[in-house]
Each structure stands twice: as structure tokens, then as C-alpha cells.
Write a protein that binds this ligand. Structure first.
Ligand code: FPP
Length: 246
């Protein structure tokens, strides 16, 4: 890690960073664009910047909230544009990302995605399956309550088939039925554009995440902002419900 980064080499880094990329619409408006899509387009550059920063710091997992189950309610033009943007991002960047050791994954109701986006996603997931430097997890048509509902259904099915007794259900039983059960919980949750909400994102997994909210709009978010968030994380005392050091 280069010495000029504002990171404390003595303190642990987050293993998993999750980001609510917010403020694209406001950015477009502030820059005089009629279409909100211009903000999403500019936001792709921030995605690339954060990927570079994660690789620099050797952060192992990055989850990005790219499209929520609620986002389907947006105007058709915006939804179609976002889906095209996602496909173009995958088609244009996967070669380089695969070379850099990025493993692409996705969580959410992927069956809801239009075919061209879903195919590009499936291909990128397949191409990068063996990679181990950084897991880039895209939350797409994702809702955390839906994820918990899906887990509950699978548990009920196992109980019904006689594979599991209700008295045997533990936190691990639920964890094992989430969309990406092997991924450790996020240590740091970043939200851009200043809203103080978690917006149905990884509700189970963020139980002990450190929250970092910045007023910076997502399309303006770059490496220095990411390093600042990590530096803030390093300044936190994580107690996981225990008492702190005397
Ligand atoms: C929220 O901003 C952002 C989104 C709904 C979409 C995020 C998507 C991208 C950045 C596109 C590219 C993603 C990848 C992974 C390539 P908003 O529109 O709600 O902003 P507002 O609150 O200012 O209206």
C-alpha cells in the first residue's frame, strides 16, 4: 500500500465494503441535464474509481446497490437506460476486470432483468468465476426484505420435507439461505448524497456494520472519498455489543 494514502497501516481494513450509490438524479439536475440517466452514466465512473481503490487496498468484497426492487417503479425510460448502462458496463469492462482478478457476482431477483442485461451478467459471472482478488457483488432487482422472505420460504420447504426441525432453526440456518451465504457481513456501509437511511439494503448482513454517510453525490465520489471512508472506519471502535477496552 503506498505511503501517501490516508490509511493507517497498523489498523485493520474492512474486509467487505457495501455502498448505497445515491444522488445520481440530483447530480444530473445540478449539472443542467433534463435526463436523470446522465447522472447514472456519470456514476459509472465512480464505480470504476471505487473498484480501483478496493484493488489498491486489497479489499476482498465490494457490494454495490445498483438497482432495487423499488426502482422498477421509475419511468420506463430511466429503467431501460439503467439496464442498458449495466449491460454496457459489463461488456466494456469485464475483460479488464477479469485480468485484474475481479470475480463478478450478483444478488437479487435476476430473473426480472431484461434478457440482454441478464445474459451479459451471466456471461461475466461465468468468465470471472475462478478469480479471487476482489468479489464485486452487484445488488440487482434486490430488496433485503425479499431476500429474508426467500430464505424463510426455503426453510419452510425444508421443514415440510422433514429435513429440518423448527427447534433446529438458528441464525446460521437463515444465513445459509441468503443469496450469497459465503460472503462475510459488510464491515463498512457507505451511503452517498447525505440521506440517513438504509433503504432495504442488506438488512440482515449490516447488523454490525459501521455506517459512513457522506454528502458527496455518487457521480462525484472518487478514490479520495473512498479512502476517507476507510480512514473513518479505522477510527471506529467496534464492540459487537461487548464493552470497550478499559
Ligand atoms: C440512486 O440515485 C442510484 C441508482 C438508482 C442507480 C445506481 C446505478 C449506477 C451508478 C449505474 C451503474 C452501476 C454499475 C454497477 C455499473 P438516484 O437516481 O436515486 O439519485 P437521487 O436520489 O438524486 O434522485
Amino acid at each position: 500500500m503506498p505511503g501517501d494514502l490516508p490509511i493507517d497501516p497498523q489498523k485493520p481494513l474492512p474486509r467487505h465494503v457495501a455502498i448505497i450509490m445515491d444522488g445520481n438524479g440530483r447530480w444530473a439536475q445540478q449539472h443542467g441535464y433534463a435526463a436523470r440517466l446522465q447522472g447514472h452514466r456519470a456514476g459509472v465512473e465512480s464505480v470504476k474509481a471505487v473498484l480501483r481503490a478496493c484493488q489498491e487496498l486489497r479489499i476482498r468484497y465490494l457490494t454495490l446497490f445498483a438497482f432495487s426492487t423499488e426502482n422498477w417503479k421509475r419511468p420506463k425510460d430511466e429503467v431501460d437506460g439503467l439496464m442498458r448502462l449495466l449491460r454496457d458496463f459489463l461488456v466494456e469492462n469485464m475483460g479488464e476486470l477479469v485480468e485484474k482478478g475481479v470475480r463478478l457476482r450478483a444478488i437479487g431477483h435476476l430473473q426480472d432483468l431484461p434478457d440482454p442485461t441478464r445474459h451479459a451478467l451471466e456471461e461475466a459471472i461465468e468468465r470471472s468465476r475462478q478469480n479471487m482478488a476482489l468479489d464485486l457483488i452487484l445488488a440487482l432487482s434486490y430488496g433485503a426484505r425479499q431476500e429474508i422472505v426467500d430464505a424463510a420460504r426455503r426453510i419452510a420447504e425444508d421443514v415440510q420435507r422433514g429435513l429440518l426441525r423448527p427447534s433446529e432453526i438458528t441464525e446460521q440456518t437463515i444465513q445459509a439461505r441468503l443469496y450469497a451465504p459465503d460472503v462475510p457481513d459488510p464491515d463498512l456501509l457507505i451511503r452517498t448524497s447525505g440521506e440517513l437511511r438504509v433503504s432495504n439494503f442488506l438488512l440482515w448482513q449490516i447488523s454490525y456494520a459501521e455506517l459512513y454517510i457522506t454528502p458527496v453525490l455518487w457521480p462525484d465520489f472518487r478514490e479520495p472519498h473512498f479512502y476517507e471512508a476507510v480512514r473513518a472506519f479505522q477510527g471506529r471502535q467496534r464492540r459487537f455489543g461487548n464493552v470497550g477496552p478499559a
